[in-house]
Design a protein around this ligand. Structure first.
Ligand SMILES: [Zn+2]
Length: 154
């Protein structure tokens, strides 16, 4: 495990179930800093006029516009059962592991209830936990249909 992650060597941007995602190339230990959510610092007032998905509010006054592609943090997808979390060091937004992460794992954090309710809920969450839940539900429905059918044929 590297003591300090190099975003270009130890992290990888590639396709995931929810568009592009950020993946670990090396083991990352629980608690370890992964990457910054970097970008220009603008007032939340200015941010409210912008139309980009990559605005990250630091507080009621300041927002980070993370829409630059150099900001690797913007590739991190939401998960309802994430392996990372956001924390602030003054006005700097950082992401750290909350579980041990294996090479090849996608890095995710929870975007928060407000974001989830406004942007994710309606289109359906694509995180692994929710996909699994949906697959289980489908399997259960299928089973129920089969049982109904079996009863009818008795
Ligand atoms: Zn989910």
């Amino acid at each position: 495990m590297p003591a300090r992650l190099s975003p270009s060597r130890h992290l990888q941007i590639r396709r995931s179930k929810a568009g592009l995602g950020l993946f670990a190339r090396v083991p990352i230990k629980k608690g370890q800093f992964i990457v910054r959510y970097s970008g220009r610092k603008i007032t939340t007032e200015v941010a409210d006029q912008l139309d980009t998905r990559y605005l990250f509010e630091v507080n009621s006054r300041w927002t980070i516009d993370g829409s630059s592609r150099r900001n690797r943090g913007r590739y991190i997808n939401h998960s309802c059962r994430p392996n990372a979390e956001v924390y602030f060091v003054k006005h700097v937004i950082k992401i750290r592991a909350i579980k041990n992460i294996k090479p090849g794992d996608e890095i995710t954090y929870h975007y928060g209830r407000d974001y989830f309710d406004s942007f994710i809920k309606e289109v359906g969450c694509k995180c692994r936990a929710c996909r699994k839940k949906r697959a289980e539900k489908r399997a259960e429905m299928r089973l129920r249909r089969l049982r109904r059918k079996a009863r009818r044929h008795r």
